[in-house]
Unconditional design. Structure first.
Length: 295
């Protein structure tokens, strides 16, 4: 989904840049010599000149062009939104899951909150993971490595790949996996104990992969809501990497999370929801910037 949207965004923008560049090249710019002559005349006569350029500067010479560009970007996003359907996984999860969705417009962080017996469970994730994700970085590194190897092999084409491998690579790009989304899972027992478990995991390809498990004696430290909490959290012994724990312990911890709703359904929902929210927030950002420029 991300790769399709990124391509759909970049293609119209590339055309728009070319158009804008050609427009700019045809626009007459103030001559350096003319400006220098006006400055010299001011110095010699002591007179103050009021020019048309000076009057336009008060409003900004690029305001109209910027507003038009923003409007173009908004239209691109609106068209993409109209052509896309919301993934069924989002509605299915929200309708059938015990989690309550907490999504504040304008903020990157999203939370899923539920009760489980005497526990309070909070799953937090951010659209920053999708905006910072570059699926082509690893591909480029692999291509460079294969190119170096192919330089020593006369049986491969000049581009470093057999023809069938090139076709396969293009198919893989078309079916590109969604960005991995980081999850912060906090399990509390309010009224029972002041401590909390904090599990760092990743949702990708329909799976939940646990990476680290922490215990904090103060549940507030598990939630990084302030610089003070972040500092206290950094000072706490984090425990060993999850992958280094006894295998039976790892399996039991994964079952512990599944019983609390950290399942494959959530692993499918999160990347799909992040993708939709990213488009909504980008469109909101464009509209806010345009409104400010137009004001």
């Amino acid at each position: 989904m991300l790769s399709i949207r990124s391509f759909a965004r970049s293609a119209p923008r590339a055309v728009a840049r070319l158009t804008t560049a050609s427009m700019r090249s045809g626009v007459a710019r103030p001559s350096i010599f003319k400006t220098s002559a006006v400055s010299a005349l001011r110095q010699s006569t002591g007179a103050t000149f009021s020019t048309t350029v000076g009057r336009r500067a008060a409003d900004g010479e690029t305001d109209d062009e910027l507003a038009a560009k923003l409007e173009s970007e908004i239209q691109i996003e609106e068209d993409m939104k109209a052509q896309e359907q919301q993934p069924a996984s989002i509605k299915d999860f929200l309708d059938n899951s015990p989690f309550e969705l907490i999504d504040t417009p304008g903020q990157e962080l999203v939370k899923l909150v539920r009760s489980f017996g005497n526990e309070k469970i909070t799953v937090s994730f951010s659209i920053a993971d999708i905006t910072n994700y570059d699926p082509y970085t690893e591909d480029a590194a692999l291509e460079d490595e294969e190119f170096d190897e192919s330089a020593q092999s006369p049986n491969k084409q000049a581009n470093g790949r057999p023809e069938e491998d090139v076709d396969e690579m293009e198919d893989e790009l078309d079916d590109e996996a969604a960005a991995p989304i980081n999850l912060s899972i906090v399990v509390e027992k309010p009224g029972k104990t002041a401590g909390a478990l904090n599990i760092d995991a990743t949702a990708q390809d329909g799976n939940i992969v646990v990476e680290n498990m922490f215990f904090y004696e103060d549940a507030k430290v598990a939630k990084i809501d302030s610089p003070e909490s972040a500092q206290k959290r950094a000072d706490v012994y984090p425990g060993p990497p999850f992958g280094s724990l006894d295998e039976d312990l790892q399996v039991l911890m994964e079952r512990f999370l599944e019983e609390r709703g950290i399942t494959q359904a959530l692993a499918v929902f999160v990347p799909d929801y992040v993708d939709v929210k990213e488009q909504q927030e980008y469109l909101r950002w464009l509209s806010n910037v345009k409104a400010f420029v137009d004001a």
